[in-house]
Design a binder for this molecule. Structure first.
Ligand SMILES: *Cc1c(COP(=O)(O)O)cnc(C)c1O
Length: 231
């Protein structure tokens, strides 16, 4: 199947999932972020020319290389763990950094954004499942961490992100999504100054339909659009 055909399928699956949403929805769309890591700019152009407007990458280097050759206007989302020494390279380009997972990284983003006269939109990555291999803030500390982040003037906290464990049976991911949705609504109700809590980023190729049913309004899909990645 071509990228265009895959996209049609994914968008249709997203719309069908929206009809099955079980919780009060936040916002009026589900944003599709096309995850293009390890795919070249030709593939990216094809996706963009077929309606994709947001690109997700997990490595800073790959964003920098691609954004100079990609002759299309897109939103850039950083979705991978960020190292402190890479912050100054990504902040000028990133529209949304979805993977803020420590106070240290938040402080550095704020410092660089201030120099650039920018307000950097970010999400807090939450390690809902508690797997050691995953980055992210422990759910217990998310509200406090959000308050800390909200004190940084050159950051705007816009929501939460998680990566669910990889289960053969995707139903097993449902509790993870449910827990993050509940934390997201709690975070909204706390009403922290200086934030704009609107995005709940959860769901990838294997589990985005379940994530949407449980309240996700931003899904990150790679394989489903571009096929398997060659490493
Ligand atoms: C790679 C990646 C995705 C996309 O995964 P697919 O299974 O290819 O859809 C989504 N989110 C993050 C954080 C990723 O690293």
């Amino acid at each position: 199947m071509s990228i265009a055909q895959n996209l049609t399928q994914i968008l249709s699956d997203i719309n069908l999932a929206i009809e099955r949403v079980k919780v009060p929805r936040i916002g009026d769309e589900v944003k599709l972020v096309a995850v293009t890591k390890n795919h070249d700019v030709h593939a990216m152009r094809e996706a963009i020319d077929n309606g994709v407007y947001a690109i997700g990458e997990n490595r800073v280097q790959e964003v920098l290389e691609k954004c100079v050759i990609l002759d299309r206007k897109v939103e850039w989302h950083l979705i991978g763990h960020l190292q402190t020494n890479k912050v100054k390279q990504i902040v000028p380009t990133a529209d949304l950094i979805q993977s803020v997972d420590s106070e240290r990284i938040a402080l550095e983003i704020n410092r660089i954004a201030e120099k650039l006269g920018k307000r950097q939109d970010v999400l807090i990555q939450v390690n809902v499942s508690g797997e050691e291999s995953k980055f992210g803030i422990n759910p217990k500390f998310v509200i406090d961490f959000a308050k800390q982040v909200s004190n940084l003037n050159n950051i705007r906290l816009c929501g939460l992100m998680t990566i669910a464990p990889n289960h053969e049976d995707i139903e097993l991911t449902r509790p993870v999504f449910r827990e993050l949705y509940s934390l997201f609504t709690e975070l909204r109700s706390v009403n922290i100054n200086n934030t704009n809590i609107e995005w709940l980023s959860m769901g990838m190729t294997n589990d985005f339909t379940i994530a949407i049913e449980e309240g996700s309004n931003l899904v990150r899909v790679g394989t489903g659009i571009f096929g398997a990645r060659q490493y």
